[in-house]
Write a protein that binds this ligand. Sequence first.
Ligand SMILES: Nc1ncnc2c1ncn2[C@@H]1O[C@H](COP(=O)(O)OP(=O)(O)OP(=O)(O)O)[C@@H](O)[C@H]1O
Ligand SMILES: O=P(O)(O)OC[C@H]1O[C@H](OP(=O)(O)OP(=O)(O)O)[C@H](O)[C@@H]1O
Ligand SMILES: [Mg+2]
Length: 289
Amino acid sequence: MKLRLGLPKGSLQEATFQLFKQAGFNISVRSRSYFPAVNDPELEIVLMRAQEIPRYVYEGVLDAGISGLDWIMENEADVVEVADMVYAKNTPNPIRLVIAVADNSDIKSVSDLNGKRVATELVRVTQKYLKENGVEALIEYSYGATEVKVPHLVDAIADITETGSSLKANNLRIIATILESTTKLHANRSSWEDPWKREKLQSLAVLLQGALRARSKVGLKMNVPGAMLETILDVLPAMKQPTISQLVRSDWVAVEVILEEMQVRDLIPALKRAGAQDIIEYPLTKVIP
Ligand SMILES: Nc1ncnc2c1ncn2[C@@H]1O[C@H](COP(=O)(O)OP(=O)(O)OP(=O)(O)O)[C@@H](O)[C@H]1O
Ligand SMILES: O=P(O)(O)OC[C@H]1O[C@H](OP(=O)(O)OP(=O)(O)O)[C@H](O)[C@@H]1O
Ligand SMILES: [Mg+2]
């Protein structure tokens, strides 16, 4: 038995392959081949455009796939969300589909878009949003490079923003957010009813989400004189229950804790001051709660 899984070519490809590698799946693509090899005989991977994956999952050509919520909605694909995975092309954050106009435009809010031209790759989602806001605008499909069309070709665009650099480079100003989108592992409804496929998808989800969760965390280990232990425990973040182990033939203990990487910069000097020694920090590959 094999699970047929669609992975996105394009913006999400690199980030997705890296995540799979961290989760234990090595995917290798030969140039121009859309069926990459993977070190799991139970997976058959197909590389496709993220725009189309939800539709093929819905139709059952694929058992499951990875694409953004934006394309699941644009395709109106009735699929099962197996896992929400918050990563994008460049950052570990959600992306937004926004409406933007030229910095110096008279358009201040969505209601000013009546009768205006709007270019977007996500025509249906944009149309629905404007309709809900009582706006009638001319929405045209854009094949990409959408930002450059303002102000000469269109009055506004609805486009994805992640770091904001494309908007900034083209002197655009956001007037509304249509939706926030994250990357979804999603499945075909009948594939999800198949016990083997469901279990395979759930295992995949645990590994992928475990890998994502591990990215912002690190492990910290140190040796502490027994007498200093209470002071050290006061310094460590209150929410954590550190593991304490006795060092052989000594009254020292080893203290181990997993925490947010962001906390470490302040913590290590404080631990040192409080008497900890041999402090080591190590990266984590997976964290499964
Ligand atoms: N910075 C980003 N810009 C655009 N899409 C992004 C970004 N980060 C993540 N995504 C997600 O990637 C998917 C789009 O992927 P895909 O690669 O098929 O299109 P694309 O990036 O427009 O391709 P291309 O590179 O040919 O323009 C969407 O589901 C979107 O949510
Ligand atoms: O906020 P940012 O970090 O700048 O990312 C957003 C940009 O990335 C995507 O473009 P893509 O690379 O897919 O090119 P395209 O416009 O040709 O589709 C998206 O359509 C935006 O243009
Ligand atoms: Mg694009």
